[in-house]
Write a protein that binds this ligand. Structure first.
Ligand code: HEM
Length: 507
């Protein structure tokens, strides 16, 4: 008994000493000043042993909200230890610019989360969004640019316009023939539409709504998209990894099924028919052209090409989720719907349908896209310091994960009037033109900025205006339309809508 007692006492003493040492170390870390470089270490709130500051993130529905609280106490650059992952949160436009633009080279890496690596054969560097910066990433971004940022006078732009018009006509035709528009699973319908816009634009092929394999492919992409938009404790506490065995298996199966579809339904046929030296028409041509170039020394090969293609095709899920969220904002705002309808009615009366070139005549609809982006954007894609560096005179050590807090920038009452309120008008200036404040950065900036932002703007604008031109959105009884903010993804099964056909006549 005495032995047990003394063992327990020693154990207790050991734990207390460990906790004490942890707290002293934490206190010292916060106060350290490097007089030579004039840098201070980032201040941090009180941390708990093992989980660090993770407990703070659980306080709010939108976890980033806690950043505001900490910022008020500690200033605009502060440290958070999320489990075993050292992080820094950077707030304020000037500091964010310092990271993205002035010191872009210091912060162009990404943290490594084993959960996400499962999607890319265990290696984040196979991915467009989660890889570290390299010559290979530069090549991938350059290859994509002409496709994701088509010049308004280019063939690519006309091609995108045609793909969009075709798929939106297919969507409204399908909706028109549906017996019941009282409860429409619009997300499912739109996933097909956006997936086919991407398929026809990037791969020159499209699939029927009734093709089971395509439906499964779309579902797998949406599951992946939902997954990468959620945080998980194992990202920060690797000791929990064994608990995720089955989950990781599921993640790997989504990506291997996606790969199987891409190879069997698209890539293998295109590869077999490819004649080197042919002028590329779509992105698949560009990939085949790139991988068959002699003397490549940047690591760009067929496997990497396929990963890039899958990454970019997956963008259809991001856009669909964004559009459905926007419809969720609009469902109980008939005044906003009416203004979009007024703009689209004028365009449809003149030219029969809404196209990409009509954006300049529809500033209010564009403002709706901006306003939804403001509310759903988040710092979900962090950067990583690849060397010892600093932001605003605060030391950032190599290997620190860096969150750029665009959520607070978009929700600050100092920058926006009544920021919680949905109000597209805030993006329209006194002359009735669209105006984007410099502190509105939903797609970030610099060398790791979003590769898909133009497509988001073009597809959402056209889809929302086409849908509202044909229908008025109404809520389905007893359904909650509380659109989650600070997060882009919705579950696969989400709120349905009632669609009431409009009496609008083209002539
Ligand atoms: C509403 C929809 C979207 C939002 C709000 C969004 C936002 C973002 C943000 C904030 C980043 C991180 C930028 C940084 O690290 O500084 C990012 C990265 C990225 N986005 Fe998007 N995005 C959206 C849709 C898309 C779509 C549709 C595509 C593809 C067609 C896409 C492709 C990418 C890629 C490839 C990256 C990684 C770029 C790199 O690391 O070099 N995004 N996005």
């Amino acid at each position: 008994m005495e032995f047990v007692f003394s063992s327990l006492t020693y154990l207790l003493l050991f734990v207390l000493t460990a906790v004490l040492l942890f707290l002293i170390r934490d206190e010292l870390k916060t106060k350290q000043v490097d007089h030579r470089a004039g840098l201070v270490d980032p201040p941090a709130p009180k941390a708990w042993p093992i989980i660090g500051h993770l407990y703070l993130m659980a306080r709010y529905k939108v976890p980033y909200r806690v950043f505001d609280e900490i910022m008020a106490d500690l200033g605009s650059v502060f440290r958070l230890d999320l489990g075993s992952v050292p992080c820094v949160v950077v707030n304020g436009l000037n500091n964010i610019r310092e990271v993205l633009m002035i010191k872009g080279d210091h912060f162009d890496s990404r943290p490594s989360f084993r959960r996400f690596n499962q999607l890319f054969k265990g290696d984040k560097n196979n991915s467009l969004a989660f890889c570290d910066w390299s010559q290979l990433q530069k090549t991938r971004r350059e290859l994509l640019r002409a496709h994701t940022f088509p010049n308004t006078t280019s063939n690519m732009y006309t091609r995108l316009d045609t793909c969009l018009k075709t798929e939106l006509a297919d969507l409204t035709d399908t909706l028109d023939t549906m017996a019941n528009t009282e409860c429409v699973d619009i997300k499912n319908m739109l996933l097909h539409t956006c997936a086919n816009v991407f398929m026809s634009y990037f791969c020159s092929t499209r699939f029927s709504r009734s093709y089971d394999k395509f439906r499964e492919f779309i579902r797998n992409f949406d599951d992946v998209f939902y997954e990468v938009n959620q945080g998980a404790p194992c990202d920060f506490l690797p000791s929990l990894m064994p608990l995720y065995h089955w989950h990781f298996k599921k993640i790997r199966s989504w990506s291997s099924k996606i790969r199987n579809f891409m190879e069997t339904e698209i890539f293998n046929k295109r590869k077999a028919a490819w004649v080197p030296g042919t002028k590329p028409v779509d992105f698949v041509d560009n990939l085949l052209d790139a991988v068959t170039q002699p003397d490549r020394d940047d690591g760009f090969d067929m496997d990497i090409g396929l990963f890039s293609l899958e990454d970019i095709i997956g963008g259809h899920s991001a856009i669909t989720n964004f559009i459905v969220k926007t419809l969720g904002f609009l469902v109980d705002r008939p005044d906003v719907q009416r203004r979009i309808q007024e703009e689209s009615d004028a365009v449809v009366r003149a030219s029969g349908s809404v196209g990409l070139s009509d954006r300049s005549q529809m500033p209010y609809t564009e403002a709706v896209v901006y306003e939804s982006l403001r509310l759903i954007a988040s710092p979900i894609v962090p950067h990583l310091a690849n060397r010892d560096t600093s932001v605003d005179g605060v030391r950032i050590r190599k290997g620190t994960t860096v969150f750029l807090n665009n959520y607070s920038l978009h929700m600050s009452p100092e920058l926006w009037n009544n920021p919680e309120h949905y109000s597209p008008e805030r993006f329209i200036n006194a002359e009735g033109r669209l105006e984007k404040p410099e502190y509105f950065i939903p797609f970030s900036g610099g060398k790791r900025s979003c590769m898909g932002y133009k497509l988001v703007q073009l597809l959402s604008f056209c889809t929302i205006s086409t849908l509202l031109n044909k229908y008025t959105l109404l809520p389905v009884e007893d359904v909650s339309y509380a659109v989650p903010k600070g997060n882009l993804a919705l579950p696969f099964v989400t709120f349905p809508f009632r669609l009431r056909p409009r009496n609008f006549r083209k002539q």
